[in-house]
Design a protein around this ligand. Structure first.
Ligand code: FMN
Length: 170
């Protein structure tokens, strides 16, 4: 497990190579194995492959332009009628997507949509309109998925910061 965690980097350049359906299925399965508050499983995932849709998603806010180049983009959403911790649940599901992507030899990046944009909050309505998302379903993030053009340096032991760890009390 720590190997995938070390390898997991935010990748923003993807090869023009498609993502196999079996790999996508594994990634989505990992998302659905995520811990979730009271077993409410509030997540919804929209798999986007259409180039025009990806292009429009890329324009939904700054720092999202690269999603256009990913063969697959997963919009990670949550149902506000399912429990109260839907935001946390969907963010954790996004991380499961990222880690299983690495495990499958793929790469991804968490692209914030909730509360994002200029002005803040402007990105989500654009994404909702584009993907025909119903009222009670909200969008946490986009997870582009594909093969990295270039792997980034793995996380290493030097990032372990003992000053961040507090024993017994802060
Ligand atoms: C909540 C959250 C929101 C993020 N939003 C964006 C984003 O909108 N665009 C982007 O390119 N990267 C985004 N990132 C990726 C971070 O920039 C990245 O995780 C951070 O620089 C650490 O690099 P690493 O993931 O390679 O370890 C986001 C990450 C998180 C956790």
């Amino acid at each position: 497990m720590i190997d995938a965690i070390r390898k997991r980097r935010s990748i923003r350049n993807f090869l023009k190579k498609d993502v196999e359906e079996e790999k996508l299925r594994e990634v989505l399965t990992a998302a659905m194995f995520s811990p979730n508050s009271w077993g409410t499983r509030p997540w919804e995932f929209i798999v986007v492959r259409d180039p025009e849709t990806k292009k429009a998603l890329a324009k939904s806010k700054d720092h999202a332009g690269f999603v256009e180049k990913a063969p697959v983009v997963i919009a990670v959403c949550y149902n506000i009628k399912k429990g109260t911790r839907f935001k946390e649940d969907s963010a954790i599901a996004a991380e499961h997507i990222h880690l299983e992507a690495v495990n499958q030899g793929l790469a991804s990046c968490f692209v914030q949509i909730a509360d994002a944009g200029d002005p803040p909050g402007s990105a989500e309505p654009l994404v909702k309109e584009l993907l025909k998302i119903p009222e009670d379903i909200r969008v946490m993030c986009l997870m582009p998925l594909g093969y990295a053009v270039r792997e980034l340096k793995e996380h290493g032991d030097s990032e372990y910061d003992p000053t961040k760890v507090h024993n017994e009390r802060f």
